[in-house]
Design a protein around this ligand. Structure first.
Ligand SMILES: [Zn+2]
Length: 192
């Protein structure tokens, strides 16, 4: 290949990991050289996750990695897309090509506390509050489809019967205990 073609190819390849952009396949993309300012250059390398990458004069980052406010669109048809002064690539495969919201300061982050009661639990509590005689939590109303409603009413009826039986057993048990106490008391009195 002639030197100029090789050079053109190298300038039209994005060095960002997981980005396969090349001018060969996508003419609408622009390819931007690294900044000369060392701090800014460092920021680019950190952002593209290639800390120890050796930059050459041919190394390019494609426009996909810059937010629209970092780019200056060409004003003429044959014009080139340019970067604003101090532009930094922020959009990548690993963040879904979305800019993360600005980070909170350490102070703000430590101020944050997790909710003591998740909203879901509160809702569940209010749903079961009126039915505290029933130890089995009712399924969420949202889960009850029209076809399942009949089955559920049968289940509720079964549970109601079971509760009634338990209640009877408990009362019977208490009565038996009462009788036992009564018998003991009577025996005690007989003994005296
Ligand atoms: Zn790219």
């Amino acid at each position: 290949l002639p030197k100029s073609t090789t050079e053109q190819h190298r300038k039209s390849h994005c060095c960002v990991p997981l980005c396969s952009a090349s001018a060969k396949f996508n003419g609408i993309l622009s390819f931007h050289a690294f900044p000369t300012h060392s701090d800014l250059r460092r920021q680019w390398l950190v952002n593209i996750r290639r800390d120890h990458f050796t930059i050459t004069s041919h190394t390019r980052v494609c426009c996909r990695h810059f937010a629209s406010d970092q780019l200056i669109e060409p004003t003429t048809l044959d014009g080139r897309r340019r970067l604003i002064k101090g532009a930094v690539p922020t959009l990548f495969e690993w963040n879904g090509y979305k800019v993360e919201p600005p980070r909170r300061s350490v102070w703000e982050r430590t101020e944050r506390r997790p909710e003591l009661v998740p909203p879901d639990d509160q809702e569940e509590h209010s749903l079961t509050r009126d039915h505290d005689y029933c130890s089995v939590p009712e399924p969420s109303a949202l889960d009850i489809s029209a076809s399942a409603a009949e089955d559920l009413s049968e289940d509720v009826e079964t549970l109601r019967k079971e509760i009634q039986e338990l209640r009877v057993q408990r009362e019977f048990g208490l009565q038996r205990w009462d009788i036992k106490i009564l018998e003991m008391t009577l025996n005690h009195q007989k003994g005296t």
